[in-house]
Ligand binder design. Structure first.
Ligand SMILES: Cc1cc2nc3c(=O)[nH]c(=O)nc-3n(C[C@H](O)[C@H](O)[C@H](O)COP(=O)(O)OP(=O)(O)OC[C@H]3O[C@@H](n4cnc5c(N)ncnc54)[C@H](O)[C@@H]3O)c2cc1C
Length: 434
């Protein structure tokens, strides 16, 4: 029987996010014919820069997480794409009464964050919530800067926020060894002055895309693959690279014939995939508390009861009072299912509880809802309670040399990031080229 690599059929790639595009580019550079099928009317996937009035907002990814040796940074340099440094660990903190943490308080607070993170590597608990609670409650606080109870509450809700951002999860669903999965490169964090889409544009030249193609079936009974879309159109390829988000696979949006074996299904079900959303807003006047703090510190943390909020100041980038709040886990799911005005009320009441001089609503608000995006069904993957590297390694194994998986959720070291998705697309191409 003829081997699939000998058949003069194109390699089909499902999904025109950065993983699919990186894979297509590498295959094409090596002389392969490639067609990328994309369900949406545009390419980029979770890299989605939207022009609203005269400004560009990155509704999906914004940051290059660490520029040292990061392949995405290399692309921006080769293509002269404008970026600006935005290190968002450069933070300041506010007490419930709206007052800044003193320098000593901030130092002490950060010292305990560090200490807890170090202790996490020794825990035997599965869930990050159980592990962190145990560590926090056994902490001996001998200082007099905070009351012990208050400090412990602040720390617990701060770690809940870490589960939300950058893991799109709640602490009780996150693995206690989440630190091994942070997946950032070293060096400065940067954002794009005119949108992340420039990275997509610069690597997608000469690639054949077919847009508005919602793939519903992958048939791999023979020596080739046969894909069927929602309009019953058929596409035949020598192989298929599946780069759709994990949320799409979890929902069985694509049917496999024959069905995937149990270990693939197990991986797809066990790897975490959460909701993470952005709320950008513009105000008539800068937030009053921003005028008092350090201009260098562009990330503010504040607490309402047991919830920790973070607000990022983008005013320097947009040259007007513009802010960004990031939500993951349950709060993000609430955003997925709420109107702009409900989200605005939620955000502004949290600010008003904390600070004086906050308006009732913004001049402009932009809200993302990745959890209900029909072609994403969530935002990105995270290590869930039963996470092991083997769950991901299963997805690295091609099926009958016909089906290959790629995408951020297939990255062992850099899941949940653009560079992870990019490298995973390149790795899938290398496997095909071998
Ligand atoms: C709000 C948000 C903020 C983020 N911030 C950052 C950040 O600052 N830095 C960072 O590094 N990462 C960030 N990420 C993560 C990053 O965006 C993703 O990891 C990366 O873009 C995923 O790329 P991908 O190619 O794996 O998937 P995608 O970009 O999702 O591409 C998959 C494509 O498949 C298509 N598709 C789905 N179903 C079908 C179907 N049935 N048929 C055909 N096509 C289909 C989708 O439409 C999509 O275009 C963020 C993500 C979100 C949602």
């Amino acid at each position: 029987m003829q081997n699939n690599s000998d058949i003069n059929l194109p390699i089909l790639i499902i999904g025109a996010g950065i993983a699919g595009i990186a894979c297509a580019k590498k295959l094409q550079e090596n002389g392969k014919k490639v067609i990328v099928l994309e369900a949406k009317s545009s390419i980029g996937g979770r890299i989605n820069s939207r022009k609203i009035d005269s400004d560009i907002f990155d509704l999906g990814a914004s940051w290059i997480h660490g520029i040292d040796d990061n392949p995405i940074w290399a692309i921006t340099q080769e293509n002269n794409i404008g970026t600006t440094i935005f290190n968002y660990d450069n933070s300041q903190y506010f007490h419930k009464n709206g007052k800044f943490f003193s320098e000593k308080e901030a130092q002490e607070f950060e010292f305990f964050i560090d200490k807890i993170e170090k202790s996490l590597s020794q825990t035997h608990k599965k869930s990050a919530l159980e592990a962190i609670k145990e560590i926090i409650f056994s902490l001996n606080y001998s200082g007099n800067t905070f009351s012990e109870n208050y400090l412990k509450k602040l720390l617990l809700s701060f770690f809940e926020r870490i589960a939300n951002d950058p893991f799109a999860a709640n602490l009780d669903l996150l693995s206690s060894n989440y630190q091994n999965h942070e997946g950032y490169f070293q060096g400065n964090e940067v954002v794009f002055t005119k949108g992340y889409c420039q990275v997509i544009e610069s690597i997608s030249k000469n690639i054949e895309f077919k847009l508005n193609i919602d793939v519903k079936t992958i048939n791999y009974e023979d020596e080739c693959v046969k894909l069927i879309d929602s309009n019953d159109n058929v596409y035949i390829g020598s192989r298929v690279v599946v780069t759709v988000p994990l949320g799409i696979l979890k929902k069985n949006h694509i049917e496999f014939h024959p069905p995937l074996s149990r270990d693939y299904i197990h991986s797809i079900q066990e790897i975490g995939f959460g909701s993470f959303n952005k709320v950008f807003f513009e105000l008539e006047q800068p937030l009053p508390f921003r005028l008092e703090g350090s201009v260098e510190k562009i990330s503010d943390f504040y607490w309402n009861d047991t919830d920790c909020f973070n607000i990022l100041d983008l005013s320097k980038i947009y040259q007007k009072p513009t802010y960004l709040m990031l939500f993951g886990g349950d709060k993000s799911k609430f955003i997925d299912n709420s109107t702009d005005s409900e989200v605005s009320d939620f955000v502004f009441s949290s600010l008003q509880k904390q600070f004086h001089g906050i308006p009732n609503k913004p001049k402009k608000i932009i809200v993302t809802r990745w959890g209900v995006d029909p072609y994403s069904c969530g935002s990105f993957s995270f290590p869930s309670l039963n996470h092991t590297d083997d769950l991901i390694k299963i997805l690295h194994q091609p099926i009958r040399k016909l089906i290959f998986f790629a995408g951020e959720h297939c990255s062992l070291k850099y899941a949940g990031t653009v560079h992870g998705a990019y490298l995973s697309g390149c790795e899938a191409a290398e496997k095909i080229l071998k």
